[in-house]
Design a protein around this ligand. Structure first.
Ligand SMILES: Nc1ncnc2c1ncn2[C@@H]1O[C@H](COP(=O)(O)OP(=O)(O)O)[C@@H](O)[C@H]1O
Ligand SMILES: O=c1ccn([C@@H]2O[C@H](COP(=O)(O)O)[C@@H](O)[C@H]2O)c(=O)[nH]1
Length: 202
């Protein structure tokens, strides 16, 4: 199994890049895991308390479960990937049966901050977009898709998101094999990553 990590700040375009990469791979050849599915379960907290969590700090992520699931997929086993609700700030009761395949793509803002996880990756890709561009994308996306309003996004951006990005995400570029500039759609970079994957699969 070829494990590809795709990191980058919120709104940099990680999910979009993943979709562009997998578009031309056969469905049965690729498995995708999102770090967002592995936020800690917070059933014991009220929704108001959950909304105060710093979701951009590594301690918000259940890395033990994420590492365990990737290890199981590498052994050819099937896992039950949690499903996360951004509206509820919590995991749902649902899971998705996720099978092993030739290529495993793991995407998320903090995946390069965890050494054991990093060491499981064969190729590390960092998607870069400038912070103003990312904030504009995040505002649009969170309001239309994640049940947020402008005040919530801007407040979170100033209080936790930006400082955590500067501390835990931007420095992780150091570990990247490839950095994709993604202020604009970058078809050349996607083609290069696809070519590398196809070469490794032969
Ligand atoms: N290169 C790009 N140019 C313009 N908009 C983009 C680009 N890449 C992604 N987007 C848009 O920005 C938003 C955030 O992208 P997404 O892929 O969800 O980012 P991430 O997964 O890194 O948070 C989405 O609405 C997406 O359509
Ligand atoms: O309940 C939550 C959990 C996370 N977030 C934010 O999500 C982003 C990471 O997701 P991307 O898809 O990479 O943007 C992170 O910046 C958290 O702040 C949230 O808003 N609510």
């Amino acid at each position: 199994m070829l494990v590809i990590g795709i990191a980058g700040g919120t709104g940099s375009g990680k999910t979009t890049v993943v979709n562009q990469i997998i578009n031309e791979l056969a469905n049965e050849d690729v498995t995708v895991i999102s770090q967002d599915s592995y936020y800690h379960e917070t059933d014991n907290l009220s929704i108001t308390e959950r909304a105060k969590i710093n979701f951009d700090h590594p301690r918000a992520i259940d890395f033990d479960l994420l590492v365990k699931h990737i290890a199981q997929l590498k052994k050819g086993k099937t896992i039950l990937q949690p499903v996360y609700s951004f509206a509820m700030h919590n995991r749902t009761k649902d899971t998705v049966k996720t099978h092993a395949s030739k290529v495993l793509i793991v995407e998320g803002i903090l995946i390069f901050s965890h050494k054991d996880l990093r060491d499981m990756m064969d190729i590390k890709v960092f998607v870069h977009a400038d912070s103003d561009e990312r904030l504009i994308r995040r505002l649009k996306r969170d309001i239309t898709e994640r049940a947020r309003d402008m005040d919530e996004v801007l407040q979170r951006y100033q209080s936790t998101l930006k400082p955590m990005h500067d501390q835990f995400i931007e420095p992780m570029k150091e570990y990247a094999d490839i950095i994709i500039p993604n202020n604009k759609y970058n078809t050349v970079a996607i083609d290069i990553v696809r070519t590398i994957i196809n070469e490794r699969l032969q």
